[in-house]
Design a protein around this ligand. Structure first.
Ligand SMILES: [Mn+2]
Length: 243
């Protein structure tokens, strides 16, 4: 796959933006009848059980928690520039499932959003493909009712498909680890090193779950002593990147 998208050199998470271009390729059908675009720091824990529509479709991962970050939603509104869109919640960039017709529906919408993003990315609360994808999915959702049957755009998570879980402190109130491990897939943006370590293990899913649980137990014990200091520490703690 050749990538030619003009991504600004100074942008954050520059390489991730080429996922947007991959979507254009998925629309061709050359990559199969059903394609799942997934981050590399996602771990498969169990079989994904989904009923797939026969018609053009896309399934995305909508995070309820993200709706509480007004800065991200304002950035999305900036990219949408007053166009009729949904905007109040956040689509996770780590998961997008679809068929060629579904990817074909979103690809031109991404092309529509991208020039404005390339101009205004410094004003966005987050830089990365997820920012553009969010605006594009919202715009697509806003337009879909105009032509019913042209595209089914669904949320994958009623079927418990994926969870995003942070092992570091963030402003995102994600699910507890125990709940996240019940999903078929778990996205671990802050645990890339850990994932690299278990990659060659016979059963990376089980290994990772055990390591994360052990680490969390250690942190919980430490927190008991540190909790009185947290108000002092939290102001100095950097926020983890979204990936
Ligand atoms: Mn990721």
């Amino acid at each position: 796959m050749a990538f030619t998208l003009a991504v600004p050199e100074t942008i954050g998470f520059r390489a991730a933006h080429f996922k947007l271009e991959a979507i254009r390729h998925f629309a061709s059908g050359a990559w199969g009848e059903v394609v799942l675009l997934l981050d590399a720091d996602v771990l498969a824990l169990s079989e994904i059980r989904l009923r797939l529509p026969q018609s053009p479709f896309l399934m995305g991962y909508r995070l309820d928690d993200e709706s509480r970050d007004p800065q991200l939603l304002r950035s999305k509104a900036l990219l949408l520039n007053g166009r009729d869109a949904v905007c109040e919640r956040w689509w996770g960039g780590e998961f997008l499932l679809g068929n060629p017709a579904g990817f074909g529906a979103i690809s031109p919408v991404i092309d529509e959003i991208f020039p404005r993003y390339a101009t205004h990315f410094q004003r966005c609360a987050h830089q990365g493909d997820e920012m553009v994808m969010n605006a594009a999915l919202d715009l697509l959702q806003g337009r879909t009712p105009v032509d019913p049957g042209s595209l089914t755009l669904e949320e994958c998570n009623p079927a418990g498909v994926i969870s995003r879980w942070w092992s570091v402190r963030t402003t995102e109130p994600g699910p507890p680890l125990k709940a996240a491990l019940r999903s078929s897939l778990i996205h671990l943006p802050a645990d890339k090193t850990l994932l690299a370590q278990v990659f060659d293990e016979g059963d990376p899913g089980t290994q990772t779950a055990k390591l994360l649980q052990r680490r969390l137990a250690r942190k919980t014990r430490a927190l008991r002593y540190l909790r009185p200091l947290l108000p002092v520490l939290s102001a100095a703690r950097p926020r983890a990147p979204r990936l």
